[in-house]
Structures are given as C-alpha cells and as structure tokens.
Design a binder for this molecule. Structure first.
Ligand code: SF4
Length: 432
C-alpha cells in the first residue's frame, strides 16, 4: 500500500488515491511541504477549527535550504549515512502515527509511553531523536539519564489536545475546586479530589499531578489508574481529554450525570456547584481533533458495506462512536487485536490513518481500513518530514544539538513522581 504522503500527493494531482479510487483529503494544503509552514504559529493543514494554538508554543525556524530542495531519495540516503556515522550514540524513536517515510528510519516504533521506555533501554545514546510530538519528547526528557539530549526534529510538532490544558488554567481550576470541596479527607481517608492527567499533556501538568497526589495515565491503563485514584480520592479531575475520561469512567460504571465538564473559559468550568459537588469525574474540555472526526454514521456505513466487519476504535473517540463500535482500545490494543486474529477478518479502525494503513500493509491476510473515508493525518505528527530528520542528524554528526527539548529541573522530579505512580499502579485481580 502507498504511504499516506503518496496518497495525498495522488489525491492532489488526480482526485484519486494511489490505487486509482476517488478519495478526498481533509485539506489540499496537506500536499504542500511542511517547511512552507515554518515560522508560522499554527498546527498545520488538517487541524480542526477547534484547535487554537497557544501564543507561547514553540515554532520551527526555517529549515536550511539544502534539506528543502533535496529529493526525498537523497534525504533517505543522508539519514542512513548520518545514522551509520553516529552508531549507538543516537536512537531514533518513531510514533505509530508518523509517516512511513520517517518510520522506516526508527529504531523503535510504538506509542508515546512505549517509546519513552524504549529510550531507557539505550542509556549509552547521547541523543534521543523523538519523531513524535512535543509532550512525548518532554516525557522522554523526564525519564532520560542526565546528559542525554532529546531532540524533536520539527519544533512545530505539538499536540493540539495537550495544548487544551495549560498549567495556569489547571491551577485556576484547582483553586476553585479546592474552595468548593475543601481539602480535608473523608472518614475513609480519601481526599476530596485527585488530579489525573493523560500522557498527552505537558510536563508542567504531569508535575502538577506529582505535587498534588495525582497520577498520569495512558489509553492502555486509564481504568487501572482511575481505580487507583478512586481508592485515594472521592473524585477525580481528569485532563486534558474528555473522551478518554468519559469512556473509561462510563465503562467502570460511573453515571454520565456524575461527570460534569470543566471548560476553563467559563466560571466554575461551566458546571453548577451542585453538579461539581455530586461529581465522580470532572472532565476537562479537551479533545483530539483526529479522533473527533470519527462518527456513528461511519460505523453504520462500515457495517452496511462490510457485513461481519469488526469495528475497533480508540478511546479518544467520542462516546457514541465507542458505544457503536465492537471494541475500543489504545493503539497497542488495536495492533495486538489484529495480530491475534487467526481467521481472515475485515477490520474498520478508528484511529490515525498512518497507523491504519501500515497495519493494512502488514496484514494482507485481513481487510483493514480506516473508518474515516477522508484522508486526514494528525496535522502535527505530519510536520515531521525526512528533511527535518536529515537536518537534526547531520547537525549531530557535526557536533551540534538542535531542537533540544528540555524540561526545567523544577518540573522533572514532580513529573517523574506522577509517572512512577502510574508504573506502580496495578490492575485489580479478576473477581475482586
Ligand atoms: S493524534 Fe490527537 S492526541 Fe495524538 S498527537 Fe495528534 S492531536 Fe495529539
């Protein structure tokens, strides 16, 4: 199967995908080179109208011309040569949602937490080149050994969901909730509220959780982490992804009426004092613009066109989509579910298109397609192109570290506490 980039270029030229079938991309500007957006504060083509980039976000400076004009085959050659020169002084991490043209150079492929852990298996590497987005590079820096440099090839590769909860808004929210709930534990020793942040958040928020008795979760362990939090608190403040919070708490039996929203732009988050007092989970008003694209109608269409189809979606999808699907789970869950299928199966998958198309390529014994018929990769992941990877690697060969992501020391220790709590949280034994 052609890469997503090749499909997007084909759509631009012919209105058809690389297999010759009519298809659309969510933005014609996706076919442009990512460096056309360098120096501009925006997430890039394909981001949704709801994604508002914060003014202090990192911005990529101009990529040197030689990397903008080099043919892609030459860039691949240069990347391979730089990697060979650097040897085990460098490790390249590639997220599942990266374009194939990047993934082919990765030493490790995985989700954000798998990759942060993978980096720890190469303690001799002086540089960790993280082909993912900003919060992932931060997490790698929190977990890295002293002196290791974490590099993000394109600084504009942020995450619009992570940016929806900034530390000032979360601290303002926390002050209001503490004023409402107080700080005294109940008779069972449970504090009024425990903060839980999704991995997809800044290091500042992970540190906030570390300081306030809170914890980090991933989409693989959200249920275990919420159990951990409910053992210690009467309720949870969950940020930034409302959908992961709602889908997970609902699965655990929390009523929807006890999951009020917190919109940081509204007084008391837009919920009433009574709603907040009755809350089990206060949900931050954040979302992933990639997973928000999936709809119940797409699920119904997949079922109509492919009788017997197995629909698996990511829990960042809205609740009605998760309810309409057969299963929901993290990227790793989706990957393992497909690998475990012993009979040829048709899968309709609700997650980022680079990963879905790669799974389809790797599993020709199955029919695998993305629920969303429109090609719309994660706009920020897509900002990383072989040109940027070649640039950061050749700079390393020349003894220069560019695009380093460094979490302030003042945040590192607290962020590590929240991550370590997550690692220590164990699922309850079955039947308990
Ligand atoms: S897919 Fe969504 S959550 Fe993941 S990096 Fe992109 S915007 Fe962020």
């Amino acid at each position: 199967m052609a890469s997503v980039d090749v499909i997007i270029q084909s759509i631009r030229e012919t209105g058809r995908n690389a297999a010759g079938r009519p298809q659309e991309a969510c933005s014609p500007a996706l076919a442009k080179a990512p460096w056309e957006f360098d120096g501009v504060l925006q997430y890039g083509p394909g981001s949704s109208m709801g994604d508002v980039i914060p003014t202090g976000s990192p911005m990529q400076g101009a990529l040197p011309e030689e990397y903008r004009t080099a043919p892609v085959d030459e860039l691949h050659e240069r990347i391979r040569a730089a990697k060979a020169t650097l040897g085990d002084r460098v490790v390249i991490l590639g997220h599942f949602y990266q374009r194939d043209e990047i993934v082919q150079h990765a030493d490790f492929l995985g989700d954000s937490f798998q990759l942060a852990n993978a980096a720890q298996t190469v303690p001799n590497a002086e540089a960790i080149v993280f082909c993912g987005v900003h919060f992932m590079a931060e997490t790698a820096d929190v977990l890295a050994r002293e002196g290791q440099a974490v590099i993000l090839p394109n600084l504009a590769a942020g995450c619009s969901m992570a940016d929806m909860a900034d530390i000032d808004s979360v601290e303002a929210c926390w002050a209001q909730l503490e004023a409402l709930y107080g700080t005294e534990p109940d008779a069972d020793g449970r504090v009024p509220i425990v903060p839980v942040t999704y991995m997809n958040s800044s290091a500042a928020l992970k540190a906030f959780c570390g300081r306030h008795g809170g914890i980090v979760c991933t989409s693989s362990n959200a249920e275990t982490v919420l159990e951990w939090a409910f053992e210690r608190g009467q309720r949870v403040l969950f940020f930034p992804d409302q959908h992961l919070g709602r889908n997970t708490a609902k699965k655990m039996g929390v009523e929807l009426s006890r999951m009020p929203m917190w919109n940081p732009r509204k007084p008391l988050g837009g919920s009433s004092g009574d709603e907040l007092l009755d809350a089990k989970v206060v949900l931050w008003h954040g979302f992933c613009s990639v997973h928000k694209r999936f709809t119940v109608e797409q699920v119904e269409q997949a079922r109509a066109e492919h009788p017997g189809v197995r629909v698996i979606v990511h829990p960042e999808c809205p609740m009605p989509v998760v309810d309409a699907a057969d299963e929901s789970g993290s990227t790793d869950y989706i990957r393992r579910a497909i690998e475990a299928a012993t009979e040829p199966t048709t899968f309709a998958i609700g997650t980022e298109i680079n990963m879905v198309n790669r799974l389809a390529e790797q599993h020709p014994e199955h029919t695998i397609f993305c629920l969303d018929p429109v090609v719309c990769p994660c706009s920020t992941m897509y900002r990383i192109h072989p040109g940027y990877l070649a640039w950061v690697l050749e700079e390393l060969v020349a003894g220069r570290v560019v695009n380093r992501i460094e979490v302030p020391e003042s945040e590192k220790a607290d962020a590590r506490i929240a991550l370590e709590r997550m690692l220590a949280a164990k699922p309850k034994p079955a039947g308990v």
